[in-house]
Design a protein. Structure first.
Length: 198
């Protein structure tokens, strides 16, 4: 009786090698996907943290604007510095982004204002602000020395009195800059301008 023998094939390990290569490619792809998801979650967390600090910074804006309303500390005392309210009656030097230098350095801030930082929603958040009048010098506001806007919102119309035109009332422009410091040495800067009729 004859036994059938098959000749040995030289391709027996090729399938195993291809399988290992495909498994390696899938492992690398899975690791890259996990890393990408971690980076996306980290970025989303940073954006949420930044947005929270910006929202808390609005507290500083609200506080300052209340000081310029009736009963506030800055209703009439705007021709001279008011350190107790972090107020300067002339424009403060700023960096290229327009942020006053005193907000960037804690020691120089102490020379401008003495009002304590406003507390944030959490203990690790501090809100610091400074207000400066956009004038070149201290003293009464004038169009030659201060940035002013027309208090007349209607635009091109002028008032006439006794046959001559009277210019609309002016309003001096103030700049409010807020620095919000949070956890992990994170800082957010907010800035706005507003007017107060002269």
């Amino acid at each position: 009786m004859k036994t059938l023998t098959h000749p040995r094939s030289g391709e027996r390990g090729v399938v195993l090698i291809f399988t290992l290569i495909i498994l390696l490619i899938l492992t690398i792809g899975g690791a890259a996907l996990v890393r990408s998801m971690q980076n996306s979650l980290f970025s989303a967390g940073n954006l949420a943290f930044r947005r929270d600090l910006m929202n808390q910074g609005e507290q500083g804006v609200s506080f300052v604007l209340s000081q310029f309303k009736a009963g506030g500390a800055l209703v009439s005392a705007t021709d001279a510095d008011v350190p107790a309210q972090n107020y300067k009656s002339f424009i403060l030097p700023a960096n290229a982004q327009g942020v006053p230098n005193v907000l960037l350095d804690d020691t120089s801030f102490n020379a401008v204002g003495v009002h304590a930082d406003l507390p944030g929603a959490t203990p690790d958040v501090k809100i610091r602000y400074v207000i400066d009048r956009l004038c070149s010098v201290t003293g009464p506001a004038s169009s030659a020395l201060c940035v002013q806007s027309s208090a007349n919102a209607s635009g091109g119309s002028s008032f006439s009195s006794y046959g001559g035109s009277v210019p609309p009332p002016t309003a001096t422009v103030y700049r409010l800059s807020v620095r919000v410091s949070g956890a992990r040495s994170t800082q957010v800067f907010l800035q706005t301008t507003f007017t107060k009729p002269d």
